[in-house]
Design a binder for this molecule. Structure first.
Ligand SMILES: [Zn+2]
Length: 283
């Protein structure tokens, strides 16, 4: 039996969950930032200035805007999606996560591998905190900063311990170099804040740094994916082990039963990737 989030219908919506304006340390005004994403056809954009909620009124855009905040805590930065009331920064992380959840927001632990030690978040903190939705498995801003934009290593360590958390892709936009390096595709029935937030919370989404999935199909015993622009697809299991890989843009995997979990990574042009959420093997 596979337990996974890819249920229901809808269409895939593209969005960035992490972006800064001049209101904190971003280069662009809110208007300029939004126009950049609108021009690329993004369906939604979350504004996450540091420790403050930037008001979104007065912007008329085809790209749906959601309020958010990047909150500094005692252990690391937390990206809050759908946050309406400010939360006091520099408190204990768990308190901040609980406060985000209490508002109907989504707590995502930001750029785990940022920094010269590749350790913005200590693994033991990722493992001991609870009720957060997931981590940034790809944070594009770290491409041009120290550490690694990728955090699938941290994710596999959490998933292997049985911790259920989702992976998200984000730009963490500060200037034009950061735009459209990482994003999250959400499966939703409609373009509304509620539909997007629910899909993000339930994991009905995947992270990307350039590869698009055309299909993610699951039944009792197998997983099948088709990517638009991949040349390799890998099925990754417990402790990060590659269970199977195929040098093609489509692949399927038959479940053995002892994998613990299975997630799919697709590799495309110029080092781009996409990451499905985990499929947990049970029974
Ligand atoms: Zn940020």
């Amino acid at each position: 039996m596979l337990v996974h989030p890819y249920h229901g219908s809808g269409r895939w919506l593209r969005g960035n969950l992490h972006a800064h304006t001049k209101n904190s340390d971003g280069k662009f005004s809110l208007e300029e930032l939004v126009r950049n994403y609108e021009a690329l056809g993004y369906d939604f954009l979350v504004i996450t200035d540091h420790n403050k909620i930037t008001p979104l009124e007065g912007i008329d855009s085809k790209t749906l805007l959601l309020p958010g905040c990047e909150i500094s805590t005692d252990k690391g930065h937390i990206t809050a999606v759908n946050l309406k009331e400010p939360i006091e920064p520099n408190q204990p992380s768990q308190k901040v996560i609980d406060a985000i959840n209490a508002q109907g927001g989504i707590a995502i632990l930001a750029h785990p591998n940022w920094g010269e030690n590749f350790c913005h978040w200590q693994q033991e903190d990722l493992a001991s905190l609870d009720s957060y939705a997931g981590i940034e498995v790809f944070n594009g801003n770290i491409l041009r900063d120290t550490g690694s934009p990728l955090a699938s290593d941290r994710w596999d360590m959490l998933l292997s311990k049985g911790q259920k958390c989702w992976g998200y892709g984000v730009d963490d936009t500060h200037n034009e170099l950061d735009i459209a390096n990482g994003w999250t595709m959400v499966l939703a029935d409609e373009l509304s804040p509620e539909a997007i937030v629910n899909a993000l919370r339930e994991g009905r989404c995947y992270a990307s740094s350039g590869v698009f999935f055309e299909a993610i199909e699951v039944d009792e015993t197998s997983i099948r994916v088709i990517a638009r622009n991949a040349d390799r697809i890998a099925f990754v299991g417990k402790h990060g082990r590659w269970l199977k890989w195929v040098n093609d843009r489509f692949a399927s995997y038959r479940v053995r039963g002892d994998e613990g979990y299975i997630r799919v990574e697709a590799f495309g042009p110029h080092g781009s990737m996409a990451w499905t959420q985990p499929f947990f093997v049970s029974g």
